[in-house]
Design a binder for this molecule. Structure first.
Ligand code: SF4
Length: 311
């Protein structure tokens, strides 16, 4: 089956300028050379520690932020430098579900008003909007704020939904319910998701493919099962080793890879491989040149000078 690309980024960069006393203007390189393609109908999982640039990447991809460099296309159209007024057509098609549903919802509005707001903006008749709100609330249930956020995102019949760590603030039992609900909605409405999370445990079940992000760039991309069974990048291996093992016998044999130190500042990115300061496999050679994301096996790409040696 031919895959249809819905949204793509080529060498995408988003830098934020900061002014420092004495040292003048510097840049936070929040997204620093990301290339990816998200196919229509798939869920692309995006994983990485807090502060690795996931949220900035999401917002830059859908042009909530201006682009510093690189290119973004949506449905084959170059939207890199389009002015906001020329992107109105995209606004209903692309929605975002935020990490903290409470902060994204207006506390002075009731549930119906919150869901009705985007419908009003889209010019929907009152009666039609009422029916749609009723349908959506039945569809997602209305007991939790996150569900209201999802119903709101769905209200204008979107095609692409950015899920910005939508389960991070939820109890584990609710996380599974939300993931199941998102899958049902995807099947019913033919949705495409970009689903960000800071750990790999739940992303596996919803994602078609997964991209692992480190310090503003993608270090590994593979189909979900392939990434879990055959991780190649040392950072992915470390993230996977941190997932708790339920079986006590397996847990005893399991070795957790401890990373050295903290995530470096995106204002002070290490020379060469940006994972070099924390990588257990690092050699002096890793400081020479930035490793490019390269396809090692079909559909499985990794950015590591030593990927083939450490497999
Ligand atoms: Fe580790 Fe070197 Fe590979 Fe970077 S290039 S991930 S430092 S082994």
């Amino acid at each position: 089956m031919n895959k249809e690309i819905l949204i793509s980024a080529t060498d995408l960069k988003k830098y934020f300028p900061v002014h420092k006393f004495m040292s003048g203007k510097q840049y936070v390189k929040a997204v620093d050379g990301v290339s990816l393609e998200i196919n229509k109908g798939e869920t692309f999982g995006l994983v990485g520690e807090s502060g690795c640039g996931k949220s900035t990447l999401e917002r830059t991809l859908i042009r909530m932020y201006d682009i510093t460099d690189g290119k973004v296309t949506y449905k084959g159209k170059d939207i890199t430098n389009e002015k906001a007024k020329n992107l109105q057509w995209m606004k209903d098609e692309v929605q975002i579900i935020f990490q903290d549903p409470y902060s994204a919802l207006n506390p002075f509005w009731n549930v119906r008003e919150i869901i009705n707001e985007p419908l009003k903006k889209a010019g929907m008749e009152e009666k039609e909007a009422e029916e749609r709100i009723e349908y959506l609330l039945n569809k997602v249930g209305m007991s939790k704020a996150q569900r209201i956020g999802i119903a709101r995102a769905l209200s204008v019949n979107p095609e692409f939904i950015v899920c910005d760590e939508p389960i991070a603030a939820l109890d584990v039992s609710i996380q599974a319910q939300v993931v199941n609900m998102l899958e049902d909605l995807q099947n019913e409405f033919g949705l495409t998701y970009l689903f960000a999370a800071h750990d790999l445990s739940m992303v596996r079940y919803i994602s078609t493919r997964i991209g692992v992000m480190y310090l503003g760039t993608l270090v590994e991309v593979a189909e979900s099962n392939e990434l879990y069974t055959n991780p190649m990048h040392p950072y992915t291996k470390a993230l996977l080793s941190a997932i708790p093992i339920v079986d006590p016998l397996k847990a005893r044999e399991h070795k957790r890879i401890q990373l050295k130190g903290e995530l470096p500042s995106p204002m002070n990115i290490p020379e060469g491989c940006r994972f070099v300061t924390r990588c257990p496999y690092a050699t002096e050679a890793c400081k020479n040149g930035v490793p490019k994301l390269q396809e090692i096996s079909k559909g499985h790409s990794v950015a590591c000078h030593r990927a083939k040696e450490i497999l």
